[in-house]
Design a protein around this ligand. Structure first.
Ligand code: BTN
Length: 245
């Protein structure tokens, strides 16, 4: 199975590489790199990718039988599973849409990109960035509160070993998502999301800042928010800032 993990020394972005080489790569390949020169985050952000410090990986899913969104939810659960494998700590939680947080600090993020051919989604590349061995000083270039496995558990990790565990978890969770064609993955993903009931701030249409309370996250992935004036809003994506717990 391990032959489906490909290691690159340096690449612009493991997601870009996977999309560029989509046809040459098999279903269920995990493309990893020691270093990314143009690591991509969601919403056009860059993903800080210093050499040999963290896990930068892209999981290629072809021939998917179900909604790609469920595969994304399954990938967040796989990532959460691996973090809890290293530290059985319930402080690791999913923050909508697919970040993993520890004590209100981000430890991992996911960027899913579709491979589209003739207007049809042929496959999905699930890009995963996990902060592994970065110290507090090394995290300084990241603008928003961030943490790493080293800081949360006190131990250093072998990044290649993490990639192998992640690979097996990704296969298991995405298989589950395909086999259990019901709401199981969604319910589990929602129950691990910690922002329901929280006061938040989120940008609407990239311009108006909405303050309000998260009331639900639907199976479609949409966030339901009541603002402080009692108006209802839905969001399909966005950056949430938590105001109070
Ligand atoms: C986010 O939270 O904004 C998503 C971050 C995703 C980063 C990973 S690192 C591996 C893969 N390649 C990229 O260029 N991005 C994703």
């Amino acid at each position: 199975m391990d032959k489906k993990i490909i290691w690159l020394d340096s690449v612009d972005s493991t997601n870009s590489y996977s999309i560029k080489n989509y046809h040459a790569l098999n279903n269920f390949t995990l493309v990893c790199a020691n270093h990314q020169t143009h690591g991509k985050g969601r919403r056009e952000h860059t993903w800080y990718s210093p050499k040999n410090k963290n896990l930068y990986a892209s999981f290629i899913l072809k021939d998917i039988q179900i909604d790609p969104l469920k595969m994304l939810m399954a990938s967040s659960l796989a990532l959460l599973n691996i973090l809890r494998h290293f530290s059985n700590n319930d402080k690791f939680k999913i923050k909508w849409p697919n970040d993993i947080f520890f004590d209100n600090k981000k430890i991992a993020g996911i960027l899913a990109e579709s491979y589209i051919c003739e207007g049809k989604i042929e496959g999905v590349v699930i890009g995963i960035g996990l902060n592994v061995n970065m110290t507090e000083a090394e995290l300084k270039p990241i603008e928003k509160p961030a943490t790493s496995l080293l800081i949360t558990t006190g131990n250093e990790y072998n990044i290649k070993e993490i990639s192998t565990i992640l690979y097996h978890d990704l296969i298991e969770f995405t298989n589950q998502a395909q086999v259990l064609k019901n709401s199981y993955i969604y319910e589990k993903w929602k129950s691990e999301n910690f922002i329901i009931g929280k006061q938040i701030e989120i940008l609407k249409d990239d311009k108006t800042c909405i303050h309000g309370k998260v009331v639900d996250i639907k199976e479609s992935g949409s966030l339901y928010v009541f603002d402080d004036n009692g108006n209802f809003h839905t969001f399909d994506s966005g950056d949430v800032t938590i105001i109070s717990f």
